[in-house]
Design a protein around this ligand. Structure first.
Ligand SMILES: Nc1ncnc2c1ncn2[C@@H]1O[C@H](COP(=O)(O)OP(=O)(O)OP(=O)(O)O)[C@@H](O)[C@H]1O
Ligand SMILES: [Mg+2]
Length: 279
């Protein structure tokens, strides 16, 4: 709606995992590097934690997008499985190996584990690797699912893991995993994402504007500081506020986003986007 007004080619602050918009701050590039290492060096399992909206899904999806489809099969589970059998079925289905079996007996957990292992072994013989990402893993309630995850990590040849598994979730995931010692010991790589600093928030906003086609400054320095204070440096919240400011500035025919536009935007969009105490 406001793109042409602000001389943008596209919307700069969409909450999607578009790799063109990735801002590689040290914590993000380190996490991406460690997860890439886990997969390429066949380390077995990794865990990526961080507060809501700080970029975990973005990093996990960027990792998968960087892997060659000829060599890797992926399963990306973006909702927490509710039972062990559902978890295994989702993996078999999303790795796209074959249609799920139809016989009831073949859908039981043990049978699914057996057929998954056989399929992974076939792939390994052909030099193919499998990567399973379980996003929102902090919401897994049933410990038996963590137990299944542990069993999957037992799928190995003499020298290799048959699949690489990446657990992604909010900080409480680390606590859940720590309670299951045998699983915790199998997680070779751990990464954690924090909110952005004030300086990073400024770079983040300007970088996304640049990717969207605008290199002249648009947000005043004062507003960049206010955005950091209002969002705590959380990228998803920064996206919401910046988008609201661009919309307000467009509606009020402003030339830049100044403090007045920021506050006006807060009044229009309200406290779900702009925390009231920060205005
Ligand atoms: N390093 C980054 N560079 C550019 N944009 C980012 C970055 N990190 C996060 N974002 C933006 O923030 C949005 C929210 O990030 P994401 O969905 O990855 O958060 P999350 O940590 O998975 O949150 P949740 O815990 O709620 O699932 C992304 O869609 C993306 O637009
Ligand atoms: Mg996420």
């Amino acid at each position: 709606m406001y793109e042409a007004y602000w001389k943008l080619k596209e919307k700069p602050f969409k909450n999607t995992a578009d790799p063109r918009f990735l801002c590689s701050f040290p914590q993000h590039s380190d996490a991406l590097m460690k997860l890439t290492y886990t997969v390429r060096e066949n380390m077995g399992a990794a865990m990526l934690t961080g507060v809501f909206g700080c970029g975990k899904t973005f990093i996990a999806r960027t990792l998968l997008a960087s892997l060659s489809k000829n060599r890797y099969s992926f399963a990306y589970l973006d909702y927490p499985p509710v039972s062990g059998a559902e978890f295994l079925r989702a993996i078999v289905r999303t790795l796209k190996y074959s249609e799920l079996p139809t016989k009831k007996t073949e859908l039981l957990e043990d049978a699914l584990l057996e057929s998954l292992q056989a399929l992974l072994l076939d792939d390994a013989r052909e030099g193919k690797e499998s990567v399973v990402v379980i996003d929102e893993a902090h919401s897994i309630e049933d410990e038996r699912i963590f137990e299944k995850i542990r069993l999957l990590l037992n799928f190995q040849t003499e020298s290799r893991f048959l699949l690489n598994l990446i657990l992604v979730g909010q900080p409480e995931l680390a606590g859940k995993v720590a309670n299951i010692r045998q699983l915790e010991q199998r997680i070779a790589v751990k990464c954690h994402l924090e909110a952005l600093t004030a300086e990073e928030t400024k770079e983040y906003i300007n970088r996304r504007l640049e990717v969207a086609g605008r290199s002249d400054p648009l947000f005043s320095d004062q507003v960049l500081v206010l955005i950091h204070q209002a969002t705590g440096g959380i990228p998803r919240r920064i996206n919401h506020i910046c988008d609201a400011c661009l919309m307000t500035g467009f509606a009020r025919k402003k030339e830049t986003i100044d403090e007045e536009t920021f506050r006006e935007s807060g009044k229009i969009f309200g406290s779900t986007i702009f925390p009231a105490q920060k205005l």
